[in-house]
Design a protein around this ligand. Structure first.
Ligand SMILES: Cc1cc2nc3c(=O)[nH]c(=O)nc-3n(C[C@H](O)[C@H](O)[C@H](O)COP(=O)(O)OP(=O)(O)OC[C@H]3O[C@@H](n4cnc5c(N)ncnc54)[C@H](O)[C@@H]3O)c2cc1C
Length: 468
């Protein structure tokens, strides 16, 4: 987890982070929410509006309804994480993944509700779990009852259990697919509510859709990436634990991105590998805006875990694969309104990309960078930021949590008071744009403080690095 050591108190942080992300999602994306709810309810609606066998009593039918909704939600979980740029590019990866997380819990409750209500209302259904009646069926359904809590435990306690992220990602996909396949097989085998050819056809389309999605994300997309290889052209150290990698396209294809967007990067591995990590583009987007596509860009990476701790050892010339760009927390370089960047630690990467873009495009507007780090030498791009102050209307406020003796700048942890102190005229205008990126607790506090000050949600652009 990013910077948990610097910004402790993870439980409330997580709740706040979910709440603010979900609030943004429900406020700004009502259409997507409506489409999602329609998709979740569509199998149930189909059963209800077409001729069905006689009712088996309210509780039994209610249990079946829970099962249909739970299964539809489980199926849609794959679409939510498939990183379709048309959806993810609009909603933001962090929002999509947070939604995936919440929906997963609700889907699990629906499936468990289905089991409990069905067994409680009609004990004859215990036969489904009786190996003497049908060994394969009992085994598969019992497996689902075990796999669903396992999926949740591995997700929420992954770090405590010590499961590496990549192993978690692989097991999460396999367990999720297994639950879905068994669930669909259960619906098809029971055959009570889907007995007509039309209903079977719809279920068939859903099954084929889910398989196509899996084939697209795990096979077609990596295969396409193979035809567009990149190369690590340079690796340079920014601070003791932060590195910048220059990526160069090895094909005629390049990248079109906006300031603030990220890519998923695979280095020295097959594009089919699970070692794929998201990083914000830190180099200027000026060329990408003026004469796209670009064939060179940079990412700046902080050593944190298994993959990033090896980043300084990557050899120039190493093969890389780039997927993207993604991300909705982007800046319009033509806007004239003031921009305030509230960043912590490696969360400076979107801000530096935006500042470099404005500098290179020679766009002037009032700019304020509030840059928090634990130690003084934890800050990257210090010299460049100092130069930028002369080239642009830029004010940089450094906040150091553990300052050295003689430090005269802001010190301590990020707080509402510091924000109040530094965001003063001309930055307190109604059209000021705020770009926030850093540890979750800092982002939550910044978002809440700004909202309390009357800043509207559309003025706040947040990018969360901690998404799982
Ligand atoms: C949109 C976005 C932009 C990011 N931009 C930057 C950046 O510019 N610079 C930077 O240094 N870091 C950035 N990160 C964070 C970076 O992706 C993680 O630090 C990195 O993946 C950690 O991998 P690891 O194996 O070294 O660490 P691990 O110890 O395996 O993981 C540390 C934490 O990072 C997250 N993580 C790990 N692997 C992945 C993955 N494949 N996909 C998603 N999350 C993962 C998990 O929350 C995990 O708990 C960004 C993350 C996101 C979501």
């Amino acid at each position: 987890m990013i910077h948990r050591h610097v910004w402790p108190d993870p439980a409330p942080v997580c709740l706040l982070c979910c709440r603010s992300l979900m609030r943004r999602f429900f406020q700004q994306e009502r259409w997507w929410v409506a489409i999602y709810i329609a998709a979740v309810l569509s199998p149930l609606a189909l059963v209800l509006i077409t001729p069905s066998p006689p009712s088996r009593g309210f509780l039994v039918e209610f249990a079946m309804g829970l099962g249909f909704v739970g299964l539809a939600m489980l199926g849609l979980q794959f679409a939510l994480t498939a990183r379709f740029r048309s959806i993810g590019g609009r909603l933001g990866l962090d929002t999509m993944l947070q939604f995936h997380r919440q929906a997963g819990i609700i889907a699990a409750l629906f499936v468990f509700g289905h089991v409990v209500v069905a067994l409680a209302s009609e004990p004859a259904y215990f036969v489904f779990l009786d190996p003497r009646d049908n060994f394969a069926r009992a085994g598969a359904l019992s497996l689902v009852i075990v796999l669903i809590p396992l999926l949740l435990v591995l997700t929420f306690y992954r770090e405590r259990i010590g499961l590496p992220y990549e192993w978690w990602r692989l097991s999460h996909g396999i367990i999720g697919a297994l639950i879905l396949v068994i669930g669909l097989a259960h619906v098809i085998r029971v055959d009570y509510l889907i007995g007509t050819p039309a209903k079977r056809a719809v279920i068939g389309v859903l099954v084929v859709g889910a398989i196509a999605l899996l084939i697209h994300t795990r096979l077609v997309r990596p295969w396409l990436a193979r035809r567009r290889p990149w190369r690590v052209a340079d690796v340079r150290r920014e601070t003791p634990r932060i590195w910048t990698l220059t990526l160069q396209s090895d094909s005629e294809h390049g990248l079109r991105f906006l300031p603030g967007q990220c890519v998923w990067l695979t280095i020295d591995e097959s594009p089919f590998s699970f070692q794929q990590h998201p990083f914000t583009i830190s180099s200027t987007a000026a060329e990408s805006i003026q004469s796209p596509p670009v064939r060179t860009f940079e990412v700046t990476i902080k050593e944190l875990g298994d993959f990033t701790r090896q980043i300084g050892k990557v050899k120039p010339g190493s093969r890389a694969f780039v997927e993207g760009p993604y991300g909705t927390s982007v800046m319009d370089p033509e806007a004239k309104s003031p921009a305030v960047f509230i960043v912590g630690g490696i969360g400076v990467t979107p801000a530096i990309c935006m500042l470099r873009t404005l500098r290179d495009l020679q766009r002037q507007r009032p700019l304020l960078l509030l840059y928090a780090t634990r130690t003084v030498d934890g800050a990257a791009f210090e010299n460049e930021l100092a130069c930028m102050k002369n080239e642009m209307d830029l004010n940089v406020v450094r906040l150091v949590e553990e300052p050295p003796d003689g430090w005269t700048g802001e010190s301590g942890r990020f707080s509402a008071e510091i924000l109040e102190r530094v965001v003063k005229p001309p930055f307190d205008r109604d059209d000021t744009q705020y770009f926030i990126c850093g540890p979750d607790s800092m982002m939550d506090l910044a978002e809440l403080t700004l909202r309390d000050r009357g800043v509207s949600a559309v003025q706040i652009h947040s990018e969360r690095f901690q998404i799982v």
